[in-house]
Ligand binder design. Structure first.
Ligand SMILES: Cc1cc2nc3c(=O)[nH]c(=O)nc-3n(C[C@H](O)[C@H](O)[C@H](O)COP(=O)(O)OP(=O)(O)OC[C@H]3O[C@@H](n4cnc5c(N)ncnc54)[C@H](O)[C@@H]3O)c2cc1C
Length: 390
C-alpha cells in the first residue's frame, strides 16, 4: 500500500493511496473477498461506509439458513462447494460458524428440491406426517402431508461470520476501514479511482460489494449497470415452548411461489427466527434504518399459530433487513474492465459467502473463477431494469 502526493496537476486532490485491489462494502461478500485477497498476500483495502456490525444492510443478525436443498441443481452444486468453504473458514477462524441441524422443505417447492438433490447425488428423505410428529413435534404437518428432509442444512452464525472474516482479513494484512463511504468511482482504463471524503484510492481493480447500494453506486460507471431493487424485509424471533425440542431449518414453500422459513436458535439469537421470503416494498437504502411494520408482525404471528405449535405465540422484538432483488433472483458475479461486481444477492447469498469471497478475489486478480458462463453476468437481460419499482 503506498501514498503519494499527486500534486495540483493530478486532477483528483493532493493525496492518493495506491493499492492492488479495493473492496467497497463490508457485508458478508466484501468481508469474504477481503479475507480471500488477504490470504493470497494481495495489497488491498476493505472500505465500509458505516461502522462494524451496523444494521443498515443485509448481513446483520445472529443467524441465516444454510441448505443444499434448492429447486435448481446449479445452486445445489454451489452449496456443496460452499460447504467446503465453510469448513475451511471454520478451521482458519478456530470457531464454529455453521451449526448443522438438518432441514425440511414443505409445500409445492419441495418436489423440485428433491429432484435437484437427486440430480446432484445428495442424500435426502421424505418424512411422513407421523415421522414429523415424532421427530419434529414443533412443526404441524397437515393430514397426509410429507416433507423433504436433508441432513446437511443448518444455521450460519451471521454476525460472528462477518466478524471472523474481517478478523482474518486484518490478520493477513487487509484491515477494515469503517466510516469510509466511496462517493464515486472512475474506471480510467489503467486504474480505478475511488473517491472518499478522506482522499482518493487508486486501485488496479475494485470489487464492488455494496449490497443494496450497488445499482446507485455503479450508475454511470459501467456500460451495463446491473439493476437490482433494495426491498425491506422483516423477521421475528419466537421462543420455543419446550427448551429440549430439536428444530431443523424449514422452508415452507407457498402456492404463490413465496415461502415462509424458520431458522433454529443459534449464535446468541433470542429465539427461532420466522420470516417470509417474499420481496417486500422497494426502498431507498439511504433512508434507513427502517422501523418494523406491526401488520407484518401480526401476519407472522398468524403463521406461527397455524404451522408452529412448538413456539410460544408471542413473538419477540422484530427486526428489519434489506434484500437486493434481481429479476431472475440470480446473483451478479462478474467483471467489466477493472471493476468486479458481487451483489444482487436476492435474499439467499449468505450461505455462499465464504465461497463467493474466493470467486470475487479470483475475478479481481484476473483468474478463472469457475462460474457457469452467462448465469451471473452483468450483461444478462434480467439486469436491464428494476424488477420492483422503488
Ligand atoms: C431478513 C433476511 C434474511 C436472510 N436470510 C438468509 C438465509 O437464511 N440464508 C441465506 O443464504 N441468505 C439469507 N439472506 C441474504 C443474505 O443475508 C444476503 O444475501 C447477504 O447478506 C448479502 O451480503 P452483501 O455483502 O451483498 O450485502 P450487505 O450486507 O448489504 O453489505 C453491503 C455493504 O456495503 C456497504 N456500502 C454500500 N455502499 C457503500 C459505499 N459507497 N462505500 C462504502 N461502503 C458501502 C454497506 O454499508 C454494507 O455494509 C437474508 C437476508 C435478509 C435481509
Amino acid at each position: 500500500m503506498g501514498w503519494l502526493n499527486a500534486g495540483p496537476g493530478a486532477g483528483y486532490g493532493a493525496w492518493v493511496e495506491r493499492v492492488e485491489v479495493a473492496v467497497v462494502g463490508a457485508g458478508v461478500l466484501g468481508s469474504a473477498a477481503a479475507r480471500a485477497l488477504a490470504a493470497r498476500g494481495v495489497d488491498a483495502v476493505l472500505l465500509e461506509q458505516f461502522g462494524p456490525g451496523h444494521t443498515r444492510g443485509s448481513s446483520h443478525g445472529a443467524t441465516r439458513i444454510f441448505r443444499l436443498s434448492y429447486p435448481d441443481p446449479a445452486y445445489v452444486r454451489m452449496a456443496i462447494a460452499a460447504r467446503h468453504a465453510w469448513a475451511e473458514l471454520q478451521a482458519d477462524a478456530g470457531e464454529r460458524l455453521l451449526v448443522v441441524t438438518g432441514g425440511l422443505d414443505a409445500g409445492p417447492g419441495a418436489l423440485a428440491c428433491a429432484s435437484a438433490l437427486a440430480a446432484c447425488d445428495v442424500e435426502h428423505a421424505w418424512l411422513s406426517s407421523a415421522d414429523l410428529a415424532g421427530r419434529f413435534p414443533g412443526i404441524a404437518a397437515g393430514p397426509g402431508e410429507r416433507m423433504l428432509f436433508q441432513a446437511d442444512a443448518g444455521v450460519c452464525l451471521a454476525d460472528r461470520t462477518v466478524a471472523a472474516l474481517q478478523h482474518l482479513a486484518a490478520r493477513d494484512g487487509v484491515p477494515l476501514r469503517p466510516h469510509t463511504p466511496v462517493r464515486s468511482i472512475e474506471d480510467r482504463g489503467g486504474r480505478v479511482l475511488l473517491h472518499t471524503p478522506s482522499g482518493v484510492i487508486e486501485a488496479g481493480a475494485a470489487v464492488i460489494t455494496a449490497g443494496p447500494w450497488m445499482t446507485g453506486l455503479l450508475a454511470g460507471v459501467l456500460e451495463h449497470v446491473p439493476h437490482a431493487t433494495p426491498t425491506l424485509q422483516q423477521i421475528r424471533y419466537y421462543q420455543p415452548a419446550r427448551a429440549d425440542e430439536e428444530w431443523p431449518t424449514l422452508i415452507d414453500w407457498q402456492a404463490d411461489g413465496g415461502a415462509w422459513y424458520v431458522v433454529p436458535r443459534a449464535g446468541g439469537a433470542p429465539g427461532l427466527k420466522v420470516a417470509t421470503h417474499v420481496p417486500g416494498r422497494g426502498i431507498d437504502p439511504d433512508r434507513g434504518p427502517f422501523p418494523p411494520s406491526p401488520a407484518h408482525e401480526e401476519m407472522t404471528d398468524r403463521y406461527v399459530r397455524r404451522r408452529l405449535p412448538g413456539l410460544r405465540a408471542n413473538g419477540l422484538a422484530p427486526q428489519t433487513c434489506l434484500y437486493t432483488m434481481t429479476a431472475d433472483e440470480d446473483f451478479v458475479l462478474d467483471r467489466a474492465g477493472r471493476i468486479v461486481v458481487g451483489g444482487g444477492c436476492s435474499g439467499h447469498a449468505f450461505k455462499f459467502g465464504p465461497l463467493l469471497g474466493e470467486v470475487l478475489a479470483r475475478l479481481a486478480l484476473g483468474e478463472d473463477a469457475g462460474l457457469p458462463p452467462g448465469r451471473f453476468s452483468l450483461t444478462r437481460p434480467a439486469l436491464a431494469a428494476h424488477p420492483v419499482r422503488p
